[in-house]
Design a protein around this ligand. Structure first.
Ligand code: OXD
Ligand code: MN
Length: 581
């Protein structure tokens, strides 16, 4: 492999610090993947699943204290604290390197250090970017094979010898006390030590494609977003492309792979987690998915909620922290209505219902995107796809209507900035607590979030026809705690209304917070959603909203004078309209 001399020198320096027994350059080949699997089966890192029903599928059980992203140990290490902003943890670069350097020193003794050149984005795309990461975890190498394009293809995309994001990863001793996930945007560098878990360890994903890429995107005038990408095909075969931001474990993968319950309509999958978007020479917003696979949340994935994902993970899949049946098949809560007898839980212990969930709530599957039955034929188009609509969606029991549309681009940016959500198991901490999560980027924005809002606002005027911006909430409940909207495949009805709005045919009614579907405009034919329930799902409650906007105002105060004026103005306008002034 023709390796860049800058990368080689840097790898040598890290080997000097971490002292591995050997250094191996990963070539991304099938032979390499097979060898990794074989060695992990031999040392117990992986268990083989039933070769008849789940061919080439494996189960990995992670350390019980290493099961989710650890945001409290994740830092943006820009030179100036203000560059990280009030929503990120910040550490001075020198202090961060001294601290993590201590954990990394000699950390790879006796281990192999794999060096992985990887490409984020489709081969041949001007938007694709290269990373070079080192790791002492064979599980990470095998997962990177699935989630990114590894080997020569990456090196070929380097525009200069130093054109790559550098990433250091070591399992260290896996203790949370000696764990740090550090990002140095000015040096285009990542250091992650002490965790082998996905979002902390597969550096191409959250660390590179979101935190560092968002900082790079701001400088270069594009957008790196926590968004799925879909194509919505109508009965005439016309496809409209949409990108949607939703917080972790809030149904993004299910929407990305939705199987339409609306006759004649179909959803094509292009990505389920990250979108890189830019404005082309014609002023059109375009998007690529930088990833090659899906690292999806297993619990609640079933033939009912996501038939495509259930089919996709029947072969060539690495499962992490799911339960195991006596037939050596993977199992998680929601996969079947009843748990099978004789389960082993995610830690391998005999399980009984009183024990709580058998699979870890943040257990995962890792599978190639090309295995997804709904993958779009053009998902790897180097020029990306034209985006006509953007969706901001969160998980809220009340306040937020099922769907509404922003008045214009700047108002849409405000609605994105106003997003809050109920927390899930994708991060360590309390589940079900409402937290602010603008554009689903609170854990992933690599710079000051006030500047991020400003960057979004600045993109608007560059667009010939700005995409329509929508807000959705599939999770609103009635007074009895029942979901108001059936969700999953029925969400295509909401997508249809969006497509109609984009085409100028969908009818809407103005409310103080945006435009909701006019009576009869949202197609609920054949569902059990009656007019009263739909009205309740779409209702804008002025009292609830005013309280939510007060909380938002307090959140914005943290940004001080850095908060872009249009955002503050939209907040004040919304409050005025809700008070009926
Ligand atoms: C993910 C996450 O894994 O957002 O995609 O946590
Ligand atoms: Mn995500």
């Amino acid at each position: 492999m023709a390796v860049s001399s800058v990368a080689e020198k840097w790898v040598g320096e890290i080997a000097g610090l971490t002292r591995p027994a050997r250094v191996v350059w990963s070539d991304g080949s099938k032979a390499e993947y097979d060898g990794l699997i074989e060695s992990m089966l031999a040392d117990g890192t992986l268990l083989a699943l039933n070769p008849r029903t789940y061919p080439n599928c494996y189960l990995h059980r992670s350390h019980p204290q290493d099961v989710a992203r650890t945001e409290q140990l994740t830092f943006i290490c820009s030179r100036a604290r203000e560059e990280a902003g009030p929503t990120n943890n910040w550490m001075a670069p020198a202090e961060a390197k001294a601290k993590a350097g201590g954990y990394l020193r000699d950390a790879m003794r006796g281990r192999t250090m794999w060096t992985i050149p990887y490409l984020m984005g489709p081969p041949g795309s001007p938007m694709s970017r290269v990373g070079v990461m080192v790791t002492d975890s064979p599980y990470v190498v095998a997962s990177m094979h699935i989630m990114t394009r590894v080997g020569q293809v990456a090196l070929q995309h380097m525009r200069r010898d130093d054109d790559f994001i550098a990433g250091v990863h070591s399992l260290g001793d896996l203790s949370p006390e000696r764990r740090l996930i550090l990002h140095f945007p000015e040096e285009r560098l990542i250091w992650s030590v002490g965790s082998g878990y996905g979002g902390n360890a597969l550096l191409g994903k959250k660390c590179h494609a979101l935190r560092l890429a968002s900082a790079q995107a701001r400088q270069e005038g594009w957008l790196a977003e926590h968004m799925l990408i879909i194509g919505v095909e109508d009965p005439e075969g016309r496809v409209t492309y949409l990108a949607a931001a939703m917080p972790s474990a809030s149904g993004k993968t299910n929407l990305a792979m939705a199987v339409s319950r609306l006759p004649g309509w179909r959803v094509w999958t292009l990505g389920d987690d990250i979108a890189w978007m830019w404005v082309d020479a014609q002023g059109q917003l375009r998007a690529i998915n930088p990833e090659r696979g899906f690292f999806g949340v297993a619990p609640n994935t079933s033939p009912k909620t996501n038939p495509s994902a259930t089919a996709m993970v029947r072969s060539n899949t690495i499962f992490t922290n799911v339960a195991l049946t006596p037939e050596r098949e993977p199992w998680w809560e929601g996969l079947t209505p009843q748990p099978p007898a004789g389960l082993a839980d995610w830690q391998g212990r005999p399980w009984k219902p009183a024990d709580g969930p058998a699979a870890h709530p943040n257990s995962r599957f890792t599978a190639l995107a090309e295995q997804c039955p709904s993958i779009a034929p053009n998902w790897e188009d180097p020029q990306g796809v034209p985006i006509s609509g953007l969706i901001f969606g969160s998980r809220r029991t009340n306040v937020i209507p099922l769907v509404f549309e922003a008045f214009d681009w700047a108002h849409g940016v405000f609605l994105g900035s106003a997003m809050s959500t109920e927390t899930t198991a994708a991060i360590t901490g309390k589940v079900g607590v409402v937290r602010r999560d603008p554009m689903a980027m609170i854990p992933f924005c690599g710079y000051n979030m006030a500047d991020y809002f400003g960057h979004w606002l600045a993109v608007g005027p560059r667009l010939a026809t700005p995409p329509r911006i929508f807000r959705v909430n599939w999770f609103r409940r009635d007074a009895d705690g029942k979901f108001l909207w059936p969700g999953y495949g029925e969400n295509v009805r909401v997508l249809k209304w969006m497509v109609e709005r984009i085409r100028g045919t969908g009818r809407a009614e103005e409310t103080p917070i945006g435009c909701v579907p006019a009576p009869g405009a949202l197609d609920v034919s054949g569902t059990d959603v009656g007019p009263d329930r739909l009205r309740e799902a779409l209702r804008c409650d002025a009292g609830e909203w005013l309280q939510a906007l007060d909380e938002l105002g307090q959140f914005f105060t943290g940004f001080g004078a850095r908060l872009p004026k249009p955002i503050a103005e939209h907040l004040a306008t919304a409050q005025r309209r809700l008070r009926g002034q």
